[in-house]
Design a protein around this ligand. Structure first.
Ligand SMILES: [Zn+2]
Length: 288
């Protein structure tokens, strides 16, 4: 049924593509769960869009250079190791640029993503996926201190994270490394000193390892607030990406760049409809 809806939507998406030709699209992936399907997506993107890199976007935002029509930037949040394992060979094969937002505290460690610690432990206790997601979402809405206290109740879980050597290999293949915080808290739930510490830690990590661009930031979980934005600005963040499932307006605020959420296992019809901007427009209409 869902596929049928997407297929119908795609019948009108060429019209949409012409209307929205000059609007920048930024895709936000996380991990690569289906490398074969991901390759199909990349092949289709390469044939239908102008895949730009982060420096090109910077020139557009800060040096008034124009962007090509149908510009699209591919981004990944969280620095999941599957990007190195499965996406990197595809980037190389098709000469595709991308931007990876990393969580610096996890690099070179066996630490887990905090939400995966909840998932793995609660799955063991037999909770359903929906129940587990509910717990994770409650924590995303808690104060940072309450979230950290809650996490203490779980035994530690592990994950094979990216190493700095692997990050450097990604950079050599055209992957731009951006700032996705030090520990992935919800930025709108942080006290000012907690927020400053997060930023400072990213800064030191990038400096020490000579990788990454501190000034290019993606809000963890997309949690934006105006107070947060002010602090980011005061602390030299120049570009910030949201997670709002929209394509960008013609005039772009560098600190509020919209992104469309996609997954490597999205069917081609679902993927095409998301990338066209049609999907987000329809969803917006439904929400009113
Ligand atoms: Zn994230």
């Amino acid at each position: 049924m869902r596929n049928l809806i997407y297929k119908t939507l795609n019948l009108i998406s060429p019209v949409f593509n012409i209307v929205l030709k000059h609007r920048l699209r930024v895709l936000a992936y996380h991990d690569i769960v289906d490398p074969i399907n991901f390759e199909k997506q990349i092949k289709w993107l390469k044939a239908n869009y102008n895949l730009i890199d982060l420096p090109t976007l910077k020139e557009y935002l800060f040096q008034s250079k124009s962007l090509p029509a149908k510009s699209l930037l591919i981004t990944f949040d969280d620095g999941d190791r599957s990007v190195f394992e499965h996406a990197l060979p595809i980037f190389r094969k098709y000469q595709v640029p991308a931007c990876l937002f990393v969580i610096t505290d996890l690099i070179d460690s066996k630490k887990d993503f905090w939400w995966d610690t909840i998932k793995k432990n609660e799955a063991k206790s037999g909770l359903s996926n929906a129940e587990i997601m509910k717990i994770i979402n409650i924590n995303k809405g808690s104060s940072n201190k309450d979230r950290l206290d809650f996490l203490k109740k779980y035994p530690v879980t592990q994950n094979h994270q990216l190493s700095t050597v692997e990050v450097k290999e990604l950079i050599l293949s055209g992957v731009y490394i951006g700032n996705h915080s030090h520990t992935h808290p919800m930025f709108d739930k942080l006290e000012k000193d907690e927020l400053l510490e997060e930023l400072q830690n990213v800064h030191s990590f990038f400096d020490m390892n000579r990788i990454g661009d501190y000034s290019v930031f993606a809000y963890p979980n997309g949690n934006f607030s105006e107070d947060t934005e002010k602090l980011l600005m005061e602390n030299n963040i120049k570009i910030a990406f949201l997670f709002d499932h929209k394509i960008n307006e013609r005039t772009i605020n560098p600190l509020r760049i919209s992104r469309i959420a996609v997954d490597s296992d999205n069917s081609m019809s679902e993927f095409k409809s998301k990338v066209s901007g049609l999907h987000s427009t329809i969803t917006k209409m439904k929400k009113g």
